[in-house]
Design a protein. Structure first.
Length: 114
């Protein structure tokens, strides 16, 4: 089972994008939904997460610019990215956690031009 991430693309500095991550209905008991990213030559890093109870956490680098949300009925979580910067360029991966462990998506590329 794999998550389906979408919404990446090319955007200019200061622009916005909205990423979506669909989790198949076969994945039960989701405790946390998150986004990570990996830029060339760097390790994958945490971006944002939202727990089943609605608590959100952000990396310092995206606070005030990115917003994570979810639509439980649609089994989907989102990452609204505003005021994008060239350093936000990366492959963005969605992730969920439940009692069985973690499940990842394939990633969607976000490129921010300067």
């Amino acid at each position: 089972v794999q998550l389906q991430a979408s919404g990446g693309g090319l955007v200019e500095t200061g622009g916005s994008l909205r990423l979506s991550c669909y989790a198949p209905g076969s994945i039960r008991g989701i405790k946390i939904r998150a986004w990570y990213r990996q830029s060339p030559g760097n390790q994958r890093e945490f971006v944002a997460s939202i727990t089943a109870g609605g608590m959100v956490t952000y990396a310092d680098s995206v606070k005030g610019r990115f917003t994570i949300s979810r639509d439980i009925a649609k089994n989907t979580h989102y990452l609204q990215m505003n005021t994008l910067r060239p350093e936000d360029t990366a492959v963005y991966y969605c992730n969920i956690g439940n009692h069985l462990g973690e499940t990842w998506g394939l990633g969607t590329l976000v490129t921010v031009s300067s």
